[in-house]
Design a protein around this ligand. Structure first.
Ligand code: ARG
Length: 715
């Protein structure tokens, strides 16, 4: 009897830490305790120390956050950085011109000298992290308002940052986890001299375009290469011509051995945002109000943009990156609506919340948790309509730079106008910079069309009290925003660099305050910031309740989620190479990889999305795969794992049990778009570029043997 009991305790401790072994975005500092044993069983050969150590160099030293929103890894002792093509996209487009079109034609630097410095791009190394929950929570109590609570937390955060930033050498960030129930600080070191080393053509790097985005089977060569530079002493430094390639603490080896079903695979990276604790009515709000508006508004911008982008390569280069960003979430949000609806996710959560509510109303829990569900539901009921409105409104601000710029510039100009001559002189360079930035990539006919189309949509669909001025204008012009915006772009000072520069010479308050676009823009921003009193007070109760919901779900053990939501901090996820059910669209024997044969079968000459360079087709014809072919003869392109990732993980290295690079994570599958709120073991997959395809593109297709020589290659 005793023995059995003991056995039960042991087996509970040895059970995987969550119901799905592969679910979870884990903190590196806890893997020893929570995950390591499980990982070893699945094929990991490394110790926890070899993955994360504060004192010794470890795997974590080869992982960087790439330009704030993506992940990348260091793959040579000369600071070579591997990330996705879609992560480098903005920098590649900015470095491209019609004459030197690197986005379209690809680019390979044959030497360090030929590497290209984009205007701004940085990578962030992770130094260490620690738990500061006790310290921060000691500063707050339950009688505080949310505002007071936040102020107290911020004050302590400032102290922690100061203690750890070593006089500005490091960036320190303190983040809240489990909805404000825990806090950790993160120490980072940023490197700002990062240069483009190589990229395949857009036809390869974005093969399949928006049609294939978020889809499997996939055939995308989604990678690009950059390099980190330091000053002569190896320190992080601003760009200087004589900076030298970084000598990193650690770089990843490349493993050409290939992957097969059930192989261990782990991913380290910076997942951006998940909402696995989101309440049922929050999900319902997104599905029924927020996301449909988001999708429609995105499509409206995309259509207006595309028309102009198709007419000129110069316009295309200016807007390609912004367009890709909108298109990416346009498809993602529709995928979420479909998946959340199909899987009845809100209902599943409602059931959980019913159980929770029972627990919460037990005598001993009632005081703390009794109102949690009611407060949460009240807030969502009050904000459903507003969330639809807000998404249409945000669609204007996201889609059109001239919805925001007049307000932002105008406020600066207003301040400028009030100053004396000397002060104005001092302010002028910064204002000139703002003006230059506003116009650098702006193409007025496109800007007009997007703004007019967005305003029309907003007025028709937002179903809410319109902003004062928009309402007035709409009545006056009878909804004809095309003519109205056209005329206002002629009148306003904010649509012409020359007029703005003239304003700097002869500032005039009356002129500014009556500028039609300044007024319109201010009207929109005011609306965006407005929070009706009833909603503000419901929000106060909601914030408290949501924090308690998460606390209570953990305390009651009603939730199986054992890890905090993603919030752009470094995480590890581990799993395996796992196929999806057979799919007639995939020529591969097992539906966990794709081949070059399948890629060439999708080829459509001169197509926007499915074109390929002639050289790829020629090499494919000759079956010239070099050392990169799979031992079964095919040339691999992409493969699937069941890792738990989300946006922000893009560019993350996929590692085998020895911590060697086998692939590059770049996408998720549309069937599993509910994943950000609920992980589904059966459906959710990570889509990766096979490292052998990356190497084939670098070596065989592009002849960049200077790069190949830098790498540590294992077979
Ligand atoms: N879905 C990918 C992600 O969110 C981005 C892919 C970009 N490609 C595209 N066709 N828009 O990481």
């Amino acid at each position: 009897m005793k023995k059995v009991f003991l056995f039960m305790i042991v087996s509970i401790f040895m059970m995987p830490t969550s119901s799905n072994a592969n679910e979870g975005m884990w903190f590196l500092m806890f893997i020893d305790r929570l995950n390591h044993r499980d990982m070893q069983k699945m094929g990991l050969q490394l110790t926890a120390e070899e993955i994360y150590s504060i004192n010794n160099n470890s795997l974590k030293d080869a992982i960087v956050q790439f330009n704030g929103g993506c992940t990348a890894s260091i793959i040579s002792d000369k600071g070579l950085v591997l990330t996705n093509h879609h992560c480098g996209y903005d920098a590649i487009a900015a470095l491209s011109t019609e004459e030197k079109n690197h986005l379209k034609n690809g680019f390979w630097a044959k030497s360090f000298e030929e590497e290209l410095k984009p205007e701004s791009l940085y990578v962030r190394f992770f130094v260490r992290m620690d738990d500061v929950s006790e310290r921060i929570l000691a500063k707050v109590n339950d009688s505080m308002t949310e505002k007071e609570r936040q102020a107290a937390i911020n004050k302590e955060i400032a102290v922690i940052e100061k203690e750890n930033n070593e006089d500005g050498k490091y960036t320190v960030s303190v983040r809240s986890f489990f909805q404000g129930n825990e806090f950790y600080y993160f120490v980072y070191e940023d490197y700002e001299d990062v240069r483009l080393v190589g990229t395949p053509t857009e036809s390869i790097g974005k093969f399949g375009g928006d049609t294939d985005n978020w889809e499997w089977p996939r055939h995308t060569g989604d990678f690009s290469l950059f390099r980190v530079y330091t000053d002569k002493d190896g320190n992080a430094a601003k760009y200087a011509e004589d900076n030298i390639p970084m000598n990193p603490k650690r770089h990843l080896s490349v493993n050409l051995g290939g992957v097969k079903e059930n192989d261990f695979a782990m991913i380290l990276g910076y997942p951006g945002r998940t909402n696995r604790w989101m309440p049922a009515e929050g999900i319902a709000q997104n599905v029924n109000y927020a996301y449909p508006a988001w999708v429609e508004s995105s499509k409206t911008s995309m259509d207006a943009m595309k028309k102009h982008m198709n007419q000129s390569e110069d316009v295309n280069l200016k807007y390609a990156s912004g367009y890709a960003g909108i298109a990416n979430y346009w498809k993602n949000r529709q995928g979420m609506i479909d998946a959340l609806t199909k899987h009845g996710t809100a209902d599943k959560k409602r059931k959980l919340e019913t159980k929770f509510n029972k627990w919460a109303n037990k005598k001993r829990n009632k005081e703390t948790y009794g109102n949690v569900i009611a407060d949460i539901n009240k807030y969502y009921a009050l904000t459903n309509e507003k969330s639809r409105h807000d998404n249409y409104l945000i669609g204007i601000l996201r889609g059109s730079s001239f919805a925001v710029a007049p307000w932002r510039l105008g406020r600066n100009l207003s301040y400028y106008t009030e100053q004396n001559k000397a002060k104005r002189e001092e302010l002028r360079p910064r204002l000139q910079q703002l003006i230059d930035d506003t116009f650098k990539n702006a193409y007025m006919p496109l800007e007009k069309d997007v703004l007019a189309a967005q305003l029309k949509l907003y007025v028709e669909k937002s179903g809410y009290e319109l902003p004062t001025l928009v309402k007035e204008i709409n009545e006056e012009i009878d909804g004809d925003f095309d003519s109205y915006i056209d005329a206002m772009f002629d009148l306003s000072i904010f649509t012409s660099k020359e007029r703005l520069e003239a304003y700097l010479m002869y500032p005039n308050k009356v002129l500014l305050e009556n500028d039609p676009l300044f007024l319109l823009s201010s009207d929109l921003i005011t609306k965006y910031r407005e929070e009706p009193e009833a909603i503000a007070s419901a929000k106060e109760a909601y914030d408290k309740a949501y924090r308690k919901l998460v606390q209570g779900l953990r305390e009651s053990k009603l939730s199986t989620v054992k890890y905090p939501d993603a919030n752009s901090t470094l995480r590890l996820t581990y799993g395996k190479v796992v196929a999806l059910p057979k799919d007639s669209r995939n020529d591969a024997k097992i539906n966990n990889y794709t081949t070059m044969k399948g890629m060439v079968a999708k080829y459509k000459p001169n197509d926007d999305e499915f074109d390929l360079p002639k050289e790829v087709l020629d090499l494919y014809e000759k079956k010239d795969f070099g050392q990169y072919a799979d031992k079964n003869g095919y040339m691999p392109v992409n493969f699937l794992t069941n890792n738990d990732i989300t946006g922000g993980n893009s560019g993350s290295p996929v590692l085998n049990g020895n911590g060697e690079l086998i692939g590059l994570a770049f996408d998720g599958n549309i069937e599993a778009m509910a994943g950000d709120v609920i992980f589904d073991d059966k459906l959710q997959r990570t889509i990766n570029v096979d490292i052998r395809y990356v190497m084939w593109l670098v070596d065989k297709l592009s002849g960049a043997d200077n790069i190949i020589k830098e790498l540590t290659i294992k077979k």
